[in-house]
Design a protein around this ligand. Structure first.
Ligand code: SF4
Length: 321
């Protein structure tokens, strides 16, 4: 079976920076304990478990807001994830005397800045994103009441009439093909709206790589947790734009061999929150597959193998001569 490794794929700068920050503070004895992350630092189980092993607790409860998760933190350090955070949550954490570390991705912070400035100037915002995902929760929380979340085409009709300037923007991990019809419908209803699309570069190049490179494959394997929005969007690009069957797996253990085209081609990509070691295991299995081997029951990409390494400490001290 031929394996096409789609490039670029996998970890993005925002995720690597967030994980490096958390690894660094976990290694620092001066960081107030316990260390809690509000939500999953990245939507990946192996990474969450690897952080638990070094004393970092990722608080996660499906459907819970960041404020609700914060209510579980009584002392120590609280970390905000790369998805960004509503100002209300930051203020509550500080008021409670917690030590705060912020891993918000600069691309998400850029969207927050746009929203804040537009609302301060008297405008309203239409934000295209996934309801219930932490990134829209943070973005809508930048200006509660002035930001209107739209998750699908049908919701455009139920937007109110606006008497002020309207900014249209979006969640960074959406796909350009997803948001285009929604933004077109918004423009039709509000012709004077100012559209500022905010799909981040990491998301965009990974999606375009799938669109360009998966066409020759009989199957596209997307390595990414089912809760990872950008992984789901990669799968969607495969099905809807390329027209190729897709298998999304969290790790090698999830591969269904009955769907593998033994004499064909498989393309592989991975989400921005998928550890490189997890994707490498999948690629190795696929390259060796001859129609017989079952996938391993467990992924061995765990612990330090899924965490970024810490920069080495510089040597200090003077000359020894
Ligand atoms: S997917 Fe984009 S916005 Fe999200 S963390 Fe990565 S670079 Fe930042």
């Amino acid at each position: 079976m031929e394996v096409i490794t789609i490039s670029p794929r996998g970890y993005c700068y925002g995720v690597v920076d967030a994980m490096t920050l958390v690894r660094r503070i976990a290694a620092d004895p001066d960081t107030p304990r316990p260390i809690h992350v509000l939500g999953m630092l990245v939507h990946n189980r192996q990474v969450t478990e690897a952080f638990a092993d070094i004393g970092v607790i990722c608080l996660d409860k499906p459907g819970a807001t960041r404020v609700e998760l914060l209510d579980q933190v009584e002392s120590g350090t609280v970390v905000f994830t790369a998805h960004g955070i509503a100002p209300e949550v930051r203020l509550k954490a500080l008021a409670r005397g917690l030590h705060v570390e912020d891993a918000t991705c600069p691309d998400v912070a850029h969207t927050h800045g746009l929203i804040e400035k537009h609302v301060q100037n008297g405008g309203s915002v239409i934000y295209v994103g996934i309801s219930g995902h932490p990134e829209p929760e943070g973005a809508c929380g930048v200006a509660p009441g002035a930001v209107h979340l739209v998750s699908c085409l049908e919701e455009v009709a139920s937007l109110p009439e606006f008497k002020c300037p309207v900014l249209v923007t979006n969640q960074t991990t959406m796909s350009q093909w997803d948001i285009k019809p929604i933004i077109n419908a918004i423009k039709e209803r509000f012709p004077s709206a100012w559209v500022q699309t905010e799909i981040c570069l990491a998301t965009q190049v990974r999606q375009e790589a799938v669109a360009e490179q998966a066409g020759k494959a009989d199957l596209l394997v997307v390595v990414g947790d089912e809760r990872s929005n950008n992984s789901r969007r990669l799968a969607e690009v495969g099905v809807e734009i390329v027209g190729v069957p897709v298998m999304q797996v969290a790790s090698v253990a999830d591969i269904d061999p009955s769907r593998l085209p033994v004499d064909g081609r498989v393309a592989v990509t991975s989400g921005a929150s998928t550890p490189t070691a997890v994707t490498r295991e999948v690629i190795t299995y696929l390259k060796r597959y001859d129609g017989q081997q079952k996938p391993p029951e467990f992924s061995t990409a765990v612990g330090n193998r899924v965490l970024p390494s810490l920069p080495r400490k510089r040597r200090t001290g003077g000359s020894t001569s």
